[in-house]
Write a protein that binds this ligand. Structure first.
Ligand code: DNO
Length: 352
């Protein structure tokens, strides 16, 4: 396992020096943020990130994310140009030493929560999703002044309505076809460059606002991997995204896809499933619904050797900053992940 930590670049309040001091930390997970979605990343921006990372004594090997332009997901004629750009980004990142690229294929909305600072019983705050709050939001109604915290702020409300409306005619099968077209366009380049592509599951793993979501469950992950059956077409196993539905057995999925050699990156995070949604919790198994040791054991026993990062943390000890991405609770998560892997690896070495 290669321990990594997400860093949002030079504007991140969390510094590379701090990240470096987390025990066992190897690699940074980052991205170029100064280019609009769909365009080619400049070699200067990429090498700047690489330089800063290496100066801090960390490796520059994982990107999260190279975002996929909506025209690709919608299957518009302009997608070919965006797919070419995507391939060029893969080539440039490979030249800089990148081994793994995380991305997602969610229409319009990336991860969605209804509140980012919900107080938990211990006085910390965390990200939560309550279905009844989501149901109050209609992104197509201009008079609705409700927004959700994870929304892409680069869209004006008008643009958001427009792009959401374009998806109304798109079925799940259309989205599958567009994903296949995209993969057929990029995986040969990734294979040539030795880069592992790692799709992130939809978060949460169900449809929101009537928009299709397909990277959600075992059946669909099986289908995804067969779209282009090449080891470079793999997964970011996001435990929190899959684990917010009781239908997904994350331990089983970790074992299955690790055994197939198709998990390149793992986001480890715990969630508490509730009747009306879920709350993000501390990483520790006893704090939520997921068996974190079970997941790690399944990875280790099935030969997983990819990147791992602690995922969203709570805000603790008075820290303020980017929701889910403070230093303290993610560092606690990293320490816990180290412990789980050490135990699972020693156990496996001793008893198989
Ligand atoms: C949220 C993240 C996601 C993830 C993308 C990957 O905190 O897990 O935004 O980076 O979905 O493309």
């Amino acid at each position: 396992m290669k321990l990594s930590f997400r860093w949002y670049g030079e504007d991140d309040k969390v510094t590379l020096e701090q990240i470096r001091q987390i025990p066992g930390m190897e690699s940074v997970v980052t991205a170029v943020y100064d280019v609009p979605v769909g365009e080619v990343w400049s070699r200067e921006s990429i090498s700047r990130l690489k330089e800063l990372t290496q100066q801090a004594g960390l490796k520059f090997q994982v990107i999260e994310s190279v975002p996929v332009h909506e025209d690709i997901k919608l299957g518009k004629p302009s997608r070919d140009r965006y797919i070419q750009n995507y391939c060029e980004n893969i080539r440039r990142l490979a030249e800089a030493g990148i081994q793994c690229i995380c991305y997602n294929f969610m229409p319009v909305f990336d991860w969605t929560r209804t509140q980012l600072d919900h107080p938990l019983a211990d006085g910390s705050t965390s990200l939560v999703y309550y279905q009844e709050q989501v149901e109050q939001v209609d992104p197509l109604k201009s008079d609705s002044d409700l927004t959700l915290p994870g929304w892409d702020a680069s869209y004006s409300r008008e643009e958001l309505r427009d792009v959401v409306a374009q998806y109304q005619a798109l079925t799940e099968e259309d989205l599958w076809a567009n994903l296949k077209y995209f993969l057929e366009g990029i995986i040969p380049t990734a294979a040539e460059c030795g880069v592992n592509m790692a799709i992130h599951q939809d978060d949460p793993c169900w449809s929101i606002f009537g928009l299709p979501r397909i990277i959600t469950c075992e059946e669909n992950l099986d289908r995804f991997l067969k779209l282009v059956d090449d080891p470079h077409n793999g997964l970011t196993l996001c435990c929190g995204s899959l684990g917010c539905s009781p239908k997904n057995d994350v331990v089983k999925l970790a074992a299955k896809y690790a055994k197939m050699g198709r998990i390149h990156f793992v986001h480890l995070r715990n969630v508490q499933i509730l009747p009306n949604g879920f709350e993000e919790r501390a990483h520790l198994s006893q704090c939520g619904s997921l068996d974190m040791y079970g997941i790690v054991k399944a990875l280790v026993e099935n030969g997983f050797d990819g990147y791992v990062r602690p995922d969203h943390g709570r805000m603790i000890w008075g820290e303020t900053g980017r929701a889910g991405y403070g230093l303290y609770d993610r560092a606690l998560g990293a320490a816990y992940i180290n412990g789980l892997f050490e135990a699972a690896e020693k156990e496996y070495a001793a008893h198989g």
